[in-house]
Design a binder for this molecule. Sequence first.
Ligand code: FAD
Ligand code: DLZ
Length: 508
Amino acid sequence: PRHLILILGDQLTPSLPALAEADPARDHILMAEVAEEAGYTNHHKQKLVLIFSAMRHYAAELEQAGWRVHYHVFDPESECQNLGGVVRATAESLGAEGVVTTQCGEWRLDEAMRAWELPVPLTIRPDGRFFATIERFQAWSRNRKQWRMEYFYRELRRETGLLMTVDGQPEGGEWNLDAANRKKWKGEPPAPPPFRVEPDATTEAVIAEVESNLSGHVGRTDSFGWAVTRDDALGALDHFLTHRLPWFGDFQDAMSDDEATLFHALLSPYLNIGLLLPREVCEAAEAEYHAGRAPLNAVEGFIRQILGWREFVRGLYWTLMPGYADENRLGNTRPLPWFYWTGDTRMRCMAKAIGNTLEHAYAHHIQRLMVTGNFALLAGVHPEAICDWYLGVYVDAYDWVERPNTQGMVMHADGGILGSKPYAASGKYIHRMSDHCRHCVYNVNDTTGPDACPFNSLYWHFIHRHREHFRGNPRMGMIYRNWEGQGEARREAVLAKAEEVLLNIEAL
Ligand code: FAD
Ligand code: DLZ
């Protein structure tokens, strides 16, 4: 029987299970650019370009390999504006006897798919592109009171053998070398320029189409330089291994006013659409360690992000959705300040993180967590509003990875499932890890004066307003003792300043 195989825009992997069991002589493939996927959030234009161009290149490669591919190009006038509609129409016209696809990455689409009214049965194959299946995560998490990434990560280290010695011990004797990964970057070694691929004719055509059909979306396309094929994504991986990995660990938490990417990998867009596989990326990094070209703190730190965090948040997402999306345990109500969409703020760290985001659809983890995320946490932005922002503006953004990071890690809206303590910090942290404050009109050493860094008073306001929630947290006892030790007059002045900051938040 002839099957129609649906491949989604983030499933561009040659070894996809739905393909492995199919026959090019009999089965047909469907790929579709549709308004519903392009429009469910305010995707950055570079994310739209990346996905559409990578889909077109992938379709061309499948055709070259002998597959028959039905490719639905984005058409604002099309009668089929969602995947279900295109699948139904194609399956009917082809007389297919079944539709096969791979489990998608988002709850939203998964629900929709299960409700599709198709003339033939739909088979959804598991997504084999991760280290752990969702069942594996659930077997681990089922009987645990607390879910901590570190312990899931250790199990996956044992299972995969990544950075393990022959006698089953972690390489170097320790599981986690995070303590070695908190250096400030002072210009040495120089940060390598990001790997760039010049847009080819296909990408240029997609850029023109996105600019005309989806012009209302955030961001700009003129700086587009992402890889759109597996070959070029492998080039990006090589570039990372050679020019960045050796220093990735030391400067993992650093931020710089001049260098937007420092030693980060810039690989998440490719991992998330399947051009690179997490296993090959981790194995390549491990090989650099064994070859003596990268130190253990770098390689362990990098592998932990992928084998640890990436797998952990995915398991958590599929275990806790859909309820997870409604969590707002800190009771936040504030709308997102408008400068998140423009970068127009005098807070230097925020302007830099947001400016880079709008220009390149990228910011590194510490910018996301400790600058834009931290500000939203301190200011009490509604989790849904900040989730929408992160889902839109980043080239690597998908609900399964963005939501746990935002709702859980940044906003602590899940009550601490993802992290035992909120990542709240004053300007002092940003000053310690970056040179932004030197270029800022606000004074990081001041909390209550007219030019005081807004993060400072907001930090204590956050600590104070959530005292019932956090005072009993053993990891926060010292912070509350500090706050209470500041004396009533000082506390009142700090809270009054924070109220003033919140009242004038749009003018920061
Ligand atoms: P590197 O710092 O070089 O890390 C290497 C790889 O590790 C990344 O490519 C990524 O695949 C993985 N990784 C690192 N941190 C995490 C993490 N916390 N969770 C999952 N994987 C991780 N990552 C996304 O892929 N998509 C998102 O939508 C996304 N949204 C985020 C939202 C917030 C609020 C925060 C704090 C983090 C978010 N992250 C997201 C995680 C992380 O910031 C990005 O993966 C990382 O910045 C991507 O850049 P890189 O490839 O240079 O990463
Ligand atoms: C993100 C995205 C976009 C912008 N466009 C498409 C598209 O037109 N067609 C498609 O198949 N996939 C697209 N994607 C990726 C899907 O949104 C993604 O597969 C789901 O969100 C599940 O992760």
